[in-house]
Design a protein around this ligand. Structure first.
Ligand SMILES: *[C@@H]1O[C@H](CO)[C@@H](O)[C@H](O)[C@H]1NC(C)=O
Ligand SMILES: *[C@@H]1O[C@H](CO)[C@@H](O)[C@H](O)[C@H]1NC(C)=O
Length: 257
């Protein structure tokens, strides 16, 4: 019972300190997250993100460089700057011929990935990828502490898994590990079809030093940067309401939006 209680406490702690359900439900209690990059050619180059402070929004600027190349700047900026016309600090830089577009948004995380002409050149998804493979960062305790984005293969979607860890010499699961990666779409499909039974909290953990307590996947870009439990709740809701596209593993969206 003590063991069960501990794992539950960890899950609740992870859930509460990273109150992601707020943003999934459309509230703005959570810091807005934005794509962040300098002089990117396309969205594929814009592979970082930052969390905005209060009074800030996501922005994307499209610059025409004196070389006549188009480059994108993206990140957070203040509401006041969003209302202003050309940012003098950008114009002062000699290699910039003109700012052809400058837009802000704050309606959802990463909304600036659709502003100005910032586009992806492939159909592949970008996902958080702290999996410790191929030189990538190792999984941190919390989703927030992974800022490494990767373009998946075209037949892959975003995956996240939370594992409870019993440190050596201790008899309680006192740590978490948030693993993120890309997985094949067909594996995701299997996981979602069995979502009711996938990684439920197990009170018969026994002597194992680690236990997977949550796993989820989604075809929604960068979705795996949220806490696993929140993403799972969201995906279960999509399935229950028949709103999941089983080809893309993403929400069914009305096209005339
Ligand atoms: C999953 O559980 C919910 C309620 O607990 C139920 O309505 C639903 O049919 C279940 N889905 C599957 C695939 O078993
Ligand atoms: C699911 O996504 C595919 C690929 O984008 C699309 O062709 C199909 O119409 C979508 N299905 C539904 C039900 O929206």
């Amino acid at each position: 019972m003590a063991l069960f209680h501990n794992i539950t406490a960890i899950i609740l702690a992870a859930f509460a300190s990273h109150a992601v359900n707020a943003i999934i439900l459309g509230n703005q209690f959570w810091n807005l997250r934005c794509r962040s990059c300098h002089n990117a050619n396309s969205l594929e180059d814009c592979n970082n993100y930052i969390q905005c402070g209060p009074g800030q929004q996501c922005y994307t600027d499209e610059l025409i460089m004196s070389s006549l190349k188009v480059a994108y700047q993206a990140g957070c900026r203040s509401d006041r700057q969003c209302g202003a016309s050309d940012d003098p600090s950008v114009m002062k830089r000699q290699q910039v011929l003109s700012i052809s577009c400058s837009r802000c948004c704050n309606d959802e995380d990463f909304c600036n990935q659709r502003l100005c002409g910032l586009r992806k050149e492939t159909t592949a998804l970008m996902c958080l990828s702290c999996d410790g493979k191929d030189g990538r960062p190792f999984p941190p305790q919390y989703a927030d502490d992974c800022a490494y984005l990767r373009i998946c293969d075209t037949n892959e979607v975003c995956f996240a898994k939370t594992t409870a860890i019993k440190p050596t010499g201790e008899d309680t699961f006192s740590q978490l590990r948030h693993f993120t990666s890309c997985i094949p779409t067909r594996v995701c499909s299997e996981l979602l079809r069995n979502i009711n039974s996938s990684y439920v909290v197990d009170s018969h953990v026994g002597k194992r030093a680690e236990e997977d307590i949550c796993a989820i996947c989604s075809g929604r870009e960068l979705f795996n940067h949220y806490a696993c439990t929140s993403m799972k709740t969201y995906m279960i809701n999509l399935i229950r309401h028949n709103k999941l596209n089983w080809t893309t593993m993403d929400e069914i969206r009305t096209t005339n939006g």
